[in-house]
Design a protein around this ligand. Structure first.
Ligand code: COA
Length: 308
């Protein structure tokens, strides 16, 4: 028994903040940000109009519609987020209510930028065991609410958004490899009532060393070679990190689609938003072998290989 993605969806807040906008409030430049990160702009929520719940609900609605299902067909809602407005109730329960999916179980997963990938692995476990038939996995973040907008070393990196997918049982297998390095956790922190602090170089080293390893591990588990992979849909943290991972895997950069230039790092929303864009643009088609990989605060990381 395996699983497959039935439908994807995403939602971004309307407001766009470009590097030139940031230059009005901090000592930085478009050139510096693009060179070091590949980011040109990011979407951010304004006032109380958009929240992680409204963005996540909109992404979820689109994924359910693309799957050809109704909210009443969803058995389980998993929400990956590290920027929930409230400690209680969890975002998954708020999205369940907004969707009118009262029959679905619902809970949150906090694994930062690897959260969506870890959510998919949880969905795979439940689907394979036969416990549920259709699982909605959402990654939704309002990182702009927890960053220090006066810290040019971190504020330039992040954006807000949500992505979702509906997964169901099928014959094609998803293979996962997951890990964590709790001892390195101080590199990226956010305490209650505080803002994100980051040791950028430590995070950079962690990502470029760990992600090629975990991708090779998942490919070995699946009995596949890197050259057989059609596309690598990676967490969109930084273009230089993605380039270094491609080099580490000895794979051409053309196999690594990105959207970071326009949306920045949206933590757990990065992978599902990119996946949705690629599916809707016809850039991922049925039968392709896709690797997903996430990494972030925790430190958490993981990869999965699947046939789309
Ligand atoms: N604009 C202009 N200058 C900046 C700047 C900005 N936005 N941010 C930092 N600088 C300056 C620093 O003050 C420093 O100046 P100094 O040499 O006079 O002290 C210089 O640029 C170099 O800073 P440094 O922090 O060493 O830069 P870096 O090359 O490590 O790049 C990051 C910083 C954050 C882009 C890089 O470390 C990175 O991408 N890390 C990974 C972060 C990440 O992806 N986190 C999320 C993971 S999920």
């Amino acid at each position: 028994m395996g699983i497959k993605i039935l439908g994807t969806g995403s939602a971004l807040p309307e407001k766009v903040v470009t590097n030139f906008d940031l230059m009005k409030t901090m000592d930085t430049s478009d050139e510096w940000i693009r060179e070091r990160t590949g980011i040109g702009a990011r979407h951010v929520v304004t006032g109380s109009f958009d929240t992680e719940t409204t963005l996540g609900t909109n992404a979820a609605r689109r994924a359910i519609e693309a799957a050809g299902l109704l909210a009443c067909d969803i058995d389980l809602i998993l929400v990956a987020t590290c920027t929930a407005d409230d400690r209680l109730p969890c975002v998954a329960c708020k999205i369940q209510a907004a969707l009118g999916a009262g029959q679905a179980a619902a809970f949150d997963i906090n694994a930062a930028c690897a959260g969506f990938l870890i959510g998919l692995s949880v969905a795979e476990g439940y689907l394979s065991s036969g416990a549920f038939a259709n699982v909605l996995v959402v990654g939704t973040e309002t990182v702009s609410k927890i960053i220090d907008w006066s810290d040019r070393g971190s504020a330039i990196l992040f954006g807000d958004g949500a992505g979702a997918c509906v997964v169901t049982r099928s014959d094609s297998a998803f293979t996962f490899a997951l890990g964590a390095d709790g001892e390195g956790g101080d590199a990226l922190r956010c305490s209650h009532n505080s803002t994100v602090t980051m040791d950028g170089q430590a995070v950079y080293r962690f990502a470029t060393r760990t992600v090629p390893k975990v991708i090779n591990e998942v490919l070995a588990k699946a009995g596949m070679k890197a050259s057989e992979v059609d596309k690598y849909v990676l967490h969109q943290a930084n273009m230089r990190i993605i380039g270094s991972i491609a080099k580490g895997l000895k794979e051409p950069i053309e196999k690594f689609p990105t959207n970071i230039e326009n949306v920045g790092n949206m933590s757990s929303a990065s992978i599902p938003v990119l996946l949705d864009e690629l599916v809707r643009d016809g850039k991922i088609v049925a039968g392709e072998k896709i690797v997903l990989a996430g990494f972030g605060a925790g430190l958490t990381y993981g990869a999965c290989v699947m046939e789309y």
